[in-house]
Design a protein around this ligand. Structure first.
Ligand SMILES: NC(=O)c1ccc[n+]([C@@H]2O[C@H](COP(=O)([O-])OP(=O)(O)OC[C@H]3O[C@@H](n4cnc5c(N)ncnc54)[C@H](OP(=O)(O)O)[C@@H]3O)[C@@H](O)[C@H]2O)c1
Length: 281
């Protein structure tokens, strides 16, 4: 009899929310491929998740490494049921990556785009799902494309929000372009969780890691890791609305900028341009 075990890939599965998602999926009987840079944490997480979990080391700051990772996953999982593009973070203005891209854009938008496009056949074979982990963004928010990618992209918390808006826009565009292959694309805001390593990649004053926990408690806007974990499981495995934006697990309208057709077409064209092998911005 054919093995009915479902396979998931979780990027950034080596800590925080990604690790919580790995554990939830493993407990639900899934085989999980855990992606991250830190081999020691990776081995620990895969060990805790059980014999069906494997750690795949990759640095998503390098598109070459993303392509190598995709080739590896294609071999290991000809049928891929779930890809959670969870690795993400916020970075101060700083050096560009080896691909010549601003770090916030490369990790939060370009790497998920390249990985997903490379794994489409495998996802289609399983009628699979892609969950792009975004953040909570106000309904009216919009941003110009040149502040997301290109010389005006500067890093910092606002850049992070703009990039996550771009990721929601990308999710909708992917559904438009690839939905007929029976792959479903959704974006998820897991909630505010102050006890992960999120924000530690920023230099200088960082409101998220300093005053964030205080205000999160004061205004009761934070949630536990366990609550966020259930949101990953729900949006990753239960019925969803294609192209949906799941805000703390509940469907809501995507931010205005992510619904802007001109922005999404421009972003798609830019992604094709800057992620082409040997491309430099
Ligand atoms: N915490 C929150 O309140 C919150 C709210 C909304 C959205 N989010 C989003 O949720 C996701 C997970 O965040 P978190 O709070 O769990 O943060 P976290 O604890 O910092 O985890 C980030 C993960 O991403 C991985 N990662 C970072 N850079 C990488 C790279 N270059 N290559 C490969 N992996 C990389 C890290 O793995 P290694 O260090 O092992 O490489 C780590 O496993 C992110 O997309 C974040 O933007 C978080």
């Amino acid at each position: 009899m054919a093995d009915s075990t479902k396979t998931a890939v979780v990027t950034g599965g080596t800590s925080g929310l990604g690790e919580a998602a790995v554990m939830a999926l493993a407990q639900a009987g899934w085989r999980v491929l855990v992606v991250g840079r830190d081999a020691q944490r990776g081995a620990e997480v895969a060990g805790k998740a059980g014999p069906r979990a494997e750690f795949l080391k990759a640095d998503l700051f390098s598109l070459e490494d993303v392509r190598r990772l995709a080739a590896d996953i294609k071999q290991r999982a000809p049928r891929l049921d779930l890809l959670i593009n969870n690795a993400g973070g916020v970075f101060s203005k700083g050096p560009l990556t080896a691909d010549g891209l601003e770090r916030t854009f490369e990790l939060n938008v370009a790497a998920p785009y390249v990985l997903t496009e490379a794994l489409l056949d495998n996802l289609a074979a399983a009628k699979g799902r892609v969950v792009n982990v975004a953040t909570g963004i106000a309904k009216g928010f919009k941003a110009p494309l040149d502040e997301v990618v290109g010389p005006k992209a500067k890093g910092g918390m606002m850049s992070y929000v703009k990039n996550k808006m771009a990721l929601i826009s990308l999710t909708r565009e992917q559904q438009r372009r690839h939905g007929d292959r029976s792959v479903t694309f959704v974006a998820l805001h897991p909630g505010i969780i102050t006890n992960t390593r999120f924000g530690q990649t920023m230099t200088g004053f960082n409101p998220f890691t300093t005053i964030g926990p205080f205000f999160s408690k004061l205004f009761n806007i934070g949630v536990s890791l366990e609550t966020a974990q259930q949101r990953y499981l729900k949006v990753g495995t239960e019925p969803v609305e294609p192209a949906g934006y799941y805000y703390e697990g509940t469907l809501r309208e995507a931010p205005k900028g992510a619904r802007d057709e001109q922005f999404s077409q421009g972003l798609w064209a830019k992604l094709q341009e800057v992620t082409a092998p040997q491309a430099r911005t």
